[in-house]
Design a protein around this ligand. Structure first.
Ligand code: 13P
Length: 339
């Protein structure tokens, strides 16, 4: 595959002040979010919801790319424009979720391993033809009593590396996403240790698989206290721990890290990203930006509620979060922007 095309795509994904909208929720995740709000869980509602997101006026100032799910990449606007074409015409790169979800890890009942490698080469060829230019694979690491095990970290890192190699062979820039969950009562320090171990094993596997590091994007979680930990790290503590961990483990040839939000409140996810870019301005070898799902979409979905009449207001809510996160990617966010 054309290395220059892959490099250019990776650079475009982390362009100054831009980030990635993760709108690749699988059927079950999308339906779960709809159900919580009483929105009907039909294919047409999922299509209408994604059309609302992708046609929000002005979002191409803030989004370099949008990650799609298999169902969504095959769908079109009501007027018949295929979503990948709609995004490409707006200067937004279409991406595709390639993993098939995290399943129970054999011999380790409380851990998960991500599936989806079988037949992946052919799926990549098909998605490239449909207009996709980058992809995502999410591995899930759980912190708990005696876990994560090295078995879990290695199995997930190995799958991430095989996926990334197939992507680069097939012309897609891989987003490598090892998510360390914030569920649990672990401390910030424990989160740091686990992130350090996971990132080091992932980059060792990427090296062994022959990945060109300048043609990929890392999608890390932030180093955060577990949601049930009585002592929560400050915005500054999270920013410093996360950047230290990345500086120790992520080679400088990686163009950028685009964080997941992982269940953080919208404004907290924005504030963390902003603090990293503000505190470490001019000192980082790679770009730090966002690839949020929930922290970009929550407000828009709650405004939309499945009603055509709410589309414009929901699009404004998406625009607002996108604008705040774009400012955070530049270290220029201020909580006054939320008013
Ligand atoms: P959240 O930002 O909601 O964690 O989703 C990002 C994502 O793409 C998870 O794979």
């Amino acid at each position: 595959m054309d290395a220059n095309e892959l490099k250019a795509t990776a650079q475009a994904m982390i362009a100054q002040g831009k980030g990635i909208l993760a709108a690749d929720e699988s059927f079950s995740t999308a339906n779960k979010r709809f159900q919580q709000l009483g929105i009907p869980t039909t294919e047409e509602m999922r299509r209408a919801y994604r059309e609302m997101l992708f046609t929000a006026p002005g979002i191409n100032q803030f989004f370099s790319g949008v990650i799609l799910f298999d169902e969504t990449i095959r769908q079109s606007t009501k007027s018949g424009i295929p979503f990948p074409q709609l995004l490409t015409d707006a200067g937004i790169l279409p991406g595709i979720k390639l993993d098939e979800g995290a399943k129970p890890l054999a011999k380790s009942p409380h851990e998960l391993v991500t599936e989806g490698l079988d037949g992946l080469r052919d799926r990549i060829t098909e998605y490239y033809k449909m207009g996709a230019r980058f992809a995502k694979w999410r591995a899930v690491i759980t912190i708990g009593q005696q876990i994560p095990s090295s078995r879990c970290i290695e199995a997930n890192a190995h799958a991430l590396a095989r996926y990334a190699a197939l992507c680069q062979d097939g012309g897609l820039v891989p987003i490598v996403e090892p998510e360390v969950l914030m569920d649990g009562d672990h401390t910030l320090e424990r989160s740091f240790e686990v992130h350090q171990e996971v990132l080091n094993v992932v980059f060792e596997q990427l090296y062994r698989a022959g990945i060109d590091l300048d043609q990929m994007i890392l999608k890390p979680s932030m180093v955060i206290s577990g949601v049930d930990c009585p002592e929560q790290g400050s915005i500054e503590a999270v920013a410093k721990a996360t950047v230290k961990c990345l500086l120790d483990a992520v080679p400088a040839s990686v163009p950028g890290c685009a964080f997941l939000s992982g269940g953080q409140a919208d404004e907290t996810a924005t504030a963390h990203l902003n603090a990293m870019n503000q505190i470490f301005a001019g000192e980082l070898p790679w770009a730090l930006t966002f690839s949020y799902g929930r922290a970009l979409q929550q407000a828009a979905m709650q405004t939309w509620m499945g009603e055509d009449a709410n589309v414009a207001a929901a699009q404004k809510a998406l625009y607002h979060r996108a604008q705040c996160n774009s400012a955070a990617a530049l270290g220029q966010y201020d909580s006054g922007m939320e008013k």
